[in-house]
Design a protein around this ligand. Structure first.
Ligand SMILES: Cc1ncc(COP(=O)(O)O)c(C=O)c1O
Length: 374
């Protein structure tokens, strides 16, 4: 069975179980992370979006304008509304899935106060180049969205950055804020809950299979209800899991990168278009469905399930396709041709750090069979 979200192998089960019961070694964890963020203060938050909200509050970005990618998830919409931030959406480049620098120059306004850049799928966005392009606008805060890019050294070049732990680590939930050392932040405690328990089971393939088959109705509703409005710290269990699996994930990330490049080569041979590679940690192994069968993307995803290959489509519904966003900010989709195209064609294939070339070959064989029978 092949899934996109992080999986815990059965032989690591004991480690995972211990993470549920022991107390947190925050000092040990900080020591592991200091090499990645030598000049930043790190704050663990309930979710990545909590860290983003802290950034808005600390930098007083309420009632201002913010530049951000049009191709990003719509969890930002309620936050923009809550803080009355006017979004200025930017179209992306289809090779990198990053915002284009020409777009920034075209759309930036005198009252833009911040720009959100995203290291989409794990490919680092060049923040230093952006800073030099924006030399005349030193008032503009650069916020790095590192939700997909732990382990690649991102998060140090922007003014402030945030991470989402559970996308790369089996942490159930969790975000991290990397901010200046003088920020004073104290967050209320949060606790392991029922949703976390379900997420824990979802890290083991028999349960993951069960949830994929039967949970598609309830799963999308549950997190939305539980991902709370209040700002909160990260619960002990998720912090332990992150800490306990950090080194193993770090060590095996080279294997992931090597496999990703092999995977991309095989996909290209089938007509898929793949993301640039340099520095990419491949949080998601993402590609665009071949043009000649692009209207079959959803059928391909559906049919692959029969072969035990569970792909995702992040983001088939990016923020600018959200109906509320379209109404509220008068979006003209003609201004975002690449975002619209990516949303129609994107597929994220399963890739785990522990896979071997044989696993990738099996997935590719399944893709070939599905395409041949379209
Ligand atoms: C690019 C990006 N930024 C931010 C987030 C928010 O992270 P979290 O789910 O931890 O709040 C997500 C995922 O939901 C994301 O994909």
């Amino acid at each position: 069975m092949y899934f996109v979200h992080p999986q815990i192998k059965l032989k690591s089960f004991i480690k995972a179980k211990l993470s549920l019961v022991k107390s947190v070694d925050l000092e040990g964890l900080t020591q592991k992370l200091v090499a990645y963020f030598p000049a930043k203060q790190l704050i663990f938050t309930d979710m990545g979006r909590t860290a983003f909200r802290l950034i808005i509050e600390k930098l007083n970005l309420q009632n201002t304008a913010m530049l951000l990618p049009a191709y990003i998830c719509d969890i930002f919409y309620p936050i923009l509304k809550e803080y009355n931030i006017k979004p200025i959406f930017l179209d992306i480049n289809l090779k990198t899935f990053h915002i284009g620098t020409d777009e920034i120059q075209k759309k930036i306004t005198p009252n833009s106060r911040a720009i959100l850049v995203c290291h989409t799928y794990g490919l680092p966005f060049d923040v230093d180049a952006l800073r030099s392009d924006l030399r005349g606008r030193s008032d503009l805060v650069i916020i790095e969205d590192c939700a997909h890019s732990f382990l690649d050294g991102t998060g140090n070049s922007g003014d402030v950055s945030f991470f989402s732990l559970y996308k790369q680590f089996p942490a159930l939930r969790g975000g991290m804020l990397a901010c200046p050392n003088d920020w004073q932040i104290k967050l209320p405690k949060t606790y392991f809950n029922f949703r976390d328990f379900i997420s824990f089971l979802n890290y083991f393939w028999p349960f993951a299979l069960f949830f994929k088959k039967f949970g598609s109705e309830i799963a999308p509703k549950m997190p939305r209800r539980e991902k709370m409005r209040e700002l909160g710290g990260l619960n002990r269990v998720s912090l332990n899991l992150f800490s306990d699996f950090f080194e193993a994930t770090e060590k095996s990330s080279e294997n992931r990168k090597t496999l990703a490049i092999f995977f991309q080569k095989e996909l290209k041979a089938l007509g898929f278009e793949v993301q640039n590679t340099d520095g990419n940690v491949f949080c998601y192994l993402s590609s665009l469905t071949p043009r000649n069968i692009q209207d079959k993307r959803d059928v391909i995803v559906q049919k692959l399930k029969k072969y035990g290959v569970f792909c995702t489509r992040i983001w088939h519904a990016p923020i600018i396709l959200n109906e509320g966003v379209q109404r509220e900010y008068q979006i003209d989709l003609a201004d975002f041709p690449n975002t619209v195209e990516a949303a129609k064609r994107i597929i994220n294939f399963p890739l785990q750090n522990h896979y071997t070339e044989k696993d990738v070959r099996k997935i590719i064989t399944a893709v070939k069979k599905v395409i041949a029978n379209l």
